[in-house]
Design a protein around this ligand. Sequence first.
Ligand code: SF4
Length: 451
Amino acid sequence: MEKIAQLRRLGLFDARVPRYTSYPPANHFSGSVGETEVNRWLMSIPPGSEISVYLHIPFCRRLCWFCACRTQGTSSGKPIAAYLETLKTELAIVSDKLPQGVRIGRIHWGGGTPTLLSPDSIRDLAVTLALHIPIAPEAEFSVEIDPSEIDEARLDALADCGMTRASIGVQDFDPEIQKTIGRPQSFETTKVCVDGLRARGVESLNIDLLYGLPLQTEDRISDSVQKVLSLGPDRVALYGYAHVPWMARRQSMIPTDALPTPEARLALFDVARRLFVWDGYSEVGIDHFARPGDSLDEAARSGRLRRNFQGYTDDTFDTLVAFGASAISKFPAGYAQNAPATSAYQEAVRNGNLATARGHVFSEDDIVRAAIIESIMCEFSVDFAEIGARTGVSAENVAEILNGLEDAFPGMIARTTTGISIHQDAREMARMIARFADAYAGSSSGHSFAI
Ligand code: SF4
């Protein structure tokens, strides 16, 4: 109880804080980045290096009420076919600008629902990507999978194209909760999908769960976690449901009075967390779990864990080139986001242009603060000299940014010989502690609860 009172005093249950999947958070992007900057950044990728590639498919057959993704519901194949043609044109435009010998080390297809593509479209897109940008032999290829929108033929197509990792959306298995969030999906449907992936040799399976859903109780989340454990995923992402109906209008279908309180959200997370740990999973960052030996677990143990728009990753490439409407690329010099509306994106690309609409150019200060924030979110500690060496400033400069941190979070921060670390039992405060280093922190309305 004393701990809860302290967390309440420090504002954990009221604060709205960025998830820090980027720094600065995407709501601080501006029109300062356009085609000129992205042209330069693409041409500055070192020849012969490896990059990550993200392909965005912003369509769904169903529109789940809880989901804040920018996606378009469609029952016909026509808009999807037109979008895929644009995506292929964008691949051609971007690949023309890449220096000699640049190869893809990681591919991720996300959305939306990439698995609504037909088997022929899946093969066509994968082949077109490889024609435009060579793929390294050991490249990882991950795909977000909706178990209700997949079948044997599409699983075959993805496996033929070399998928190595699947990320499966579950959220919660309780039928009452599913009804309230507008996403029916039985355990049986999910199991058929998991079995189909395993049978095709997909080595790594990730399952996404949500805590903080309407009607969710400790018993219900325990039941869902037990079912997830029976599927034996290699990784689990346990995200907090962010209720932001002013940003995601579909969420206004969800009754606010059925949502758990912030204190109850913390308890729900803790119940699920303990079940994963009892079952032998390692805790990775603030909200991921991985089987020992999984590459995410190994990255966390060896200091190679990173934060990107998909959450936690062991992807350490400097450049992520993202294709599709609203997709965000990351370069060493900054972020670039494509036009969010499919129509604007398609118009730009059909005219032979990059579809960049906004972004952010990193200042020297951004680079240091981003490294501090990523270190807090991934390692729960900051090594002043290591971050200074990596970002070109002195250890004293790094320490200065965190000056006053211990007073702001009494009893939660320990001094170490190399910098600071967050106490084990204060890790739920990580996003708030990270915000201490955020020079853009101010308006909080666009963010989700800190827990
Ligand atoms: S949860 Fe998945 S299927 Fe549902 S609306 Fe969001 S992206 Fe589409």
